[in-house]
Design a protein around this ligand. Structure first.
Ligand code: CA
Length: 231
């Protein structure tokens, strides 16, 4: 039994009883504590009554839209929120991520996929607490010395590539929208020059990826943005 999981409570917000029961079954079989809610208002009640470590959130709720719950929770908490939705349009994903969700799972999904995304979101959360040095597979960044290492050898990167990598490392496993990355590395007034970002990603991939066409570090999330993978 995994001790990390033993005292972990997941709030599942979902009005479809079949999906809710499926998630409940999967999580309970994997030793998570689970609390459920079928509406926005029930979710707020459950959130306030329990110590919640993560939220799995359906966007289409009967009373208030799920986006509102993300905004509400983000006013006072950084716990991982994974949106679980049948809405697969890119603009819905971008909106959820820009509002503070950590990841996005499209229905239907498998138990294995759900559990993998949850582990990733928890790891992302832990990484945020540590600082200075981060490592993902064979790639390492030292934020104090401003150095990047690949296979334990120092890797030469430009200042912009370094800033881009730092943003990814601080958000390991999380899908970052293109507009978020641009704002982080170029500043808020830069607008949305996605071409500049694509060029920068391409040059970084040539340095860190064995095969830039099939990247294993920086993955493209089509229509949404990018994600630094660590598994
Ligand atoms: Ca629904």
């Amino acid at each position: 039994m995994n001790n990390d999981i033993l005292n972990t409570t997941i709030l599942t917000v979902e009005d479809d009883i079949q999906i809710r029961n499926f998630i409940k079954f999967v999580l309970e079989s994997n030793d998570y504590n689970i609390v459920t809610a079928g509406s926005y208002h029930e979710a707020i009640e459950q959130y306030l009554a329990n110590h919640i470590d993560m939220i799995l959130l359906d966007l289409g709720l009967p009373d208030v839209d799920g986006f509102e719950l993300i905004r509400k929770v983000r006013e006072f908490s950084n716990i991982p929120i994974i949106v679980v939705s049948a809405r697969d349009q890119d603009k819905e994903k971008v909106k959820a991520l820009d509002n503070g969700a950590d990841d996005y799972l499209i229905k239907p999904f498998s138990a294995a996929e759900l559990l993998a995304r949850m582990r990733l979101a928890f790891r992302h959360c832990k990484v945020k607490e540590i600082n200075e040095k981060y490592k993902v597979k064979d790639l390492e960044i030292d934020l104090t010395k401003h150095l990047v290492y690949l296979n334990d050898k120092e890797l030469h990167v430009t200042p912009m590539e370094y800033r881009l990598l730092a943003v990814f490392f601080k958000n390991v496993g999380k899908v970052l929208t293109t507009s978020y990355i641009i704002k982080e590395i170029y500043g808020a007034n830069y607008g949305s020059d996605t071409q500049a970002l694509r060029t920068l990603i391409a040059s970084l991939r040539r340095k860190i990826e064995e095969n830039p066409v099939k990247p294993k570090y920086i993955l493209t999330e089509v229509g949404v943005g990018y994600r630094l993978m660590d598994e």
